[in-house]
Design a protein around this ligand. Structure first.
Ligand SMILES: Nc1ncnc2c1ncn2[C@@H]1O[C@H](COP(=O)(O)OP(=O)(O)OP(=O)(O)O)[C@@H](O)[C@H]1O
Length: 341
């Protein structure tokens, strides 16, 4: 595989904003999100419920539901500006160049259509030039590639006759069958038990290894990010608050929110911690974002620093360190932070 640090950019998102108009008020669910995904890279997008991960993902796919609307920003897949495409062109692009692996394949698969036909529908829609007679072999081939046991039998089955892990393998097969540049995996393992989760994560790593596919991996779970991602984008209250290589972010988080997310992970083996911290409080209301830092009310660093006014009066920028890391905190890496550590 290529070195992802020097690989070309597959997805470039700039200043993306999505709003929902709700009975006289406007909720800015995604507020100025920008990031890149390079060829062969697995990028995690992590954050608590409501942080804007799903709405960002839907905006990338051109599927933000009403009353939501993309109000600003640019999304480029290779050299295609997605905002400039017609609905028909976008629909063509989905599946062929950009595909979604849903969180619950059991719910996403059509319950009354056999597995083979469902995989075949994608081929027929996006690859009409493939002769009909060649479809069955191609379907079996892709199902074998994703490790579905006994694919010759499974193609005749309905989704409910497959286990959760097998359903998820079918969803991965449908996502990768046309060799997309970008796979968006939306919490693809949450509905599965732990051993099956590990198998599906390994399958995504295999897909990347074999095809060089880039993956945007959406999750609320830092442990999963640490397991399979190269880089991570940490979302909070509609914005990216930290991004960087996973190893660096997990070993030395720059933003207090990232630190709080990491503190909430139970350790593997070893002695249990004296207390497992959850993050007290709740994110602010997207209909009225606070003027200063959106994490200020819940921030331990701010508390330790004696509640500086700056945190609540001035919104921090997402500052870059020039070496691939970004953080949205007035006091990240500052002398003041060093004192309280
Ligand atoms: N259809 C909708 N109508 C109104 N507001 C919405 C809609 N969908 C999402 N939102 C709002 O957008 C914000 C971001 O939600 P989003 O679903 O993207 O969060 P998330 O990080 O994906 O959370 P989760 O992990 O629970 O899926 C939330 O404040 C949510 O209430």
């Amino acid at each position: 595989m290529n070195d992802v640090k020097t690989a070309e950019t597959v997805l470039r998102v700039r200043d993306l904003a999505v709003e929902f108009s709700l009975r006289g008020s406007v909720a800015r669910a995604v507020d100025g999100v920008g990031f890149e995904v390079r060829a062969g890279e697995i990028v995690g997008m992590v954050g608590e419920s409501g942080s804007g991960k799903s709405v960002t993902m839907l905006a990338l796919l051109g599927l933000v539901p009403r009353p939501g609307r993309v109000v600003a920003g640019s999304v480029r897949l290779r050299d295609i500006e997605l905002g400039a495409l017609s609905l028909r062109e976008l629909a063509r692009l989905r599946g062929r160049q950009m595909a979604l692996i849903p969180s619950d394949a059991g719910a996403a698969l059509n319950p009354v259509t056999r597995i083979g036909s469902q995989v075949g529908e994608g081929l027929a829609a996006h690859l009409p030039e493939l002769p009909r007679a060649e479809r069955p072999a191609r379907i079996l081939d892709i199902l074998k590639r994703v490790g579905l046991p006994r694919p010759e039998q499974q193609v005749r089955r309905y989704p409910h006759e497959l286990s959760g892990g097998m359903q998820q393998r079918v969803a991965v097969a449908m996502g990768v069958q046309l060799g997309p540049d970008l796979l968006i995996a939306d919490e693809p393992t949450t509905a599965l038990d732990v051993t099956i989760q590990a198998q599906i994560l390994q399958l995504l790593l295999d897909v990347r290894e074999q095809s060089g596919t880039s993956i945007l991996f959406i999750t609320h779970d830092m442990t999963t990010v640490a397991e399979i991602c190269d880089r991570v984008l940490v979302m909070y209250a509609g914005q990216i608050v930290e991004s960087g290589p996973v190893v660096d972010v997990c070993t030395a988080p720059a933003h207090p929110y990232t630190r709080a997310l990491l503190d909430a992970i139970p350790p593997l083996g070893g002695d249990p911690p004296e207390r497992l911290t959850t993050i007290p409080g709740a994110p602010p209301d997207p209909r009225a974002w606070p003027a200063g830092c959106r994490f200020a009310e819940r921030c331990r660093l701010r508390e330790q620093l004696g509640n500086p006014d700056k945190c609540t009066s001035l919104a921090p920028e997402l500052a870059s360190d020039g070496a691939g890391r970004r953080s949205r905190c007035h006091f990240t890496g500052s002398a003041a932070e060093a004192v309280v550590r």
